[in-house]
Ligand binder design. Structure first.
Ligand SMILES: Cc1cc2nc3c(=O)[nH]c(=O)nc-3n(C[C@H](O)[C@H](O)[C@H](O)COP(=O)(O)OP(=O)(O)OC[C@H]3O[C@@H](n4cnc5c(N)ncnc54)[C@H](O)[C@@H]3O)c2cc1C
Length: 383
């Protein structure tokens, strides 16, 4: 992998970028596993029997695969890393799983670089790769699970940075009309954990995402929690007086590893609830009653309340309805405690039971409605 070549990848697979969109010689069966269980394809480890799982190794597979599925008459569901979905026990759908990879440099100057990344690239590997290349901006989003193609769907965000801060464009296939589209940033209608792709769930397959990254290692966002303190210890250990983007990335990786359960060891799908946004006067009233309540200003009139604080302070840390409990270090994360080899794996119903217990408790104690963050999928791949 050479920095001077135009096509890169976080892995060695670079062939797909220039793949021609051709239907010649296409056979859907070659890409398909029939009657597949998706338990290994979602980080919550929910067993989900689906009609067929179609692995898209090439971008050029998309058009013929979707045309063929259209003839079969089944709904389509796009599944990337499975780290933000709550799947049903039975999913009557053709599941598209993108694996195509590649990173292309579109433009480069002394201060910045614009790249286009294929949807099957692993998100965290992209972050590490760009920072190691000296291309900065994504470092605060290190260790978020999932694939690049899913990253615009909920405008992923962490430690004071959201995808929209560095994303330039999206290329996507519209599944109902089988047509290609390009979105610039404003077309994506980004919001907190939201975008047009989440609003129009099930309609789009994102194939490429563009980013404009900068080359100033000292331009960092480190004003969130312990990030700057930990990053500074890394700089000082290296006899430097200023923190770099790489220090920030390493600090965030360490903080996340210490706070968040690893889905491979304890299945989960990250934050289960969005941080609720309430009016400042409502927050002031709650602060009078609960002086330690945690909130961050959103504009001049609203406050984003830490949902994890609410759950923790309602006495629900480590609690729930077995086998789905809140994590004992991070109450915002629901973990699946059913054994990996269990004959009765946890289901969507188990998740719903704990979700409703938490929502009701928070509503009763704080008067706040918690909204679920991960995508809830029903039997017909509707949301
Ligand atoms: C431990 C842990 C920590 C996490 N931390 C964070 C965090 O800090 N910040 C944050 O924002 N999120 C976080 N998440 C949530 C999750 O990682 C992100 O939302 C991620 O972008 C999901 O990617 P995925 O590939 O797993 O998507 P999936 O779970 O496969 O899909 C999610 C949704 O996007 C759709 N989709 C997937 N791929 C595409 C595509 N190519 N085109 C169109 N639609 C698509 C799916 O149909 C589904 O509706 C965390 C999750 C875990 C498990």
């Amino acid at each position: 992998m050479s920095p001077s070549s135009q096509i890169h990848s976080t892995q060695a697979n670079t062939a797909n970028l220039s793949a021609q969109r051709t239907t010649e010689g296409f056979a859907l069966n070659n890409l398909t596993t029939v009657a597949a269980d998706l338990i290994e394809y979602n980080t919550m480890r929910l067993s989900c029997q689906t009609d067929r799982l179609i692995t898209l190794n090439l971008e050029s597979d998309i058009e013929p695969a979707v045309a063929e599925i259209d003839r079969l008459g089944t709904p389509i569901f796009v599944l990337s890393g499975g780290s933000n979905v709550i799947l049903p026990e039975i999913l009557h759908a053709s599941v598209l799983h993108p694996t195509y990879k590649g990173i292309e440099i579109l433009a480069e100057g002394t201060d910045s670089i614009t790249i286009e990344v294929m949807g099957g690239e692993n998100w965290h590997e992209l972050v590490v790769y760009t920072v190691n290349q000296g291309w900065y901006g994504l470092e605060n989003l290190a260790l978020i699970p999932g694939l690049v193609g899913a990253s615009p769907v909920q405008n992923i965000g962490a430690y004071g940075v959201q995808l929209e801060d560095y994303m330039t464009h999206v290329k996507a296939f519209h599944l109902p009309t089988q047509t290609w589209h390009e979105f610039n940033k404003s077309d994506c209608q980004f919001n907190y954990r939201d975008s047009i792709f989440k609003q129009q769930a099930g309609q789009w397959l994102i194939t490429r995402v563009g980013f404009k990254l900068h080359k100033d290692a000292l331009k960092v966002t480190a004003n969130y929690g312990d990030v700057s303190t930990l990053a500074m210890t890394k700089a000082e250990a290296d006899s430097r007086s200023e923190i770099t983007a790489k220090d920030v990335m390493q600090a965030i990786i360490e903080i996340r590893q210490s706070k968040l359960p690893d889905p491979k060891k304890l299945p989960n799908c990250g934050s289960f609830f969005k941080n609720p946004i309430i009016a400042n006067n409502r927050f002031a009233a709650l602060s009078a009653e609960y002086p330690n309540i945690v909130g961050y200003p959103v504009g001049d009139e609203q406050t984003k309340v830490a949902a994890g604080w609410l759950i923790d302070n309602a006495g629900l840390k480590g609690k729930g309805i077995a086998p789905i409990l809140t994590h004992d270090k991070q109450a915002l994360v629901l973990v699946n405690h059913s054994a990996a080899d269990s004959n009765t794996p946890a289901s969507q119903h188990d998740i719903l039971a704990t979700q409703q217990l938490i929502q009701q408790t928070i509503q009763d104690q704080f008067g706040i409605a918690l909204e679920r963050e991960p995508v809830w999928v029903n039997n017909e791949a509707h949301y």
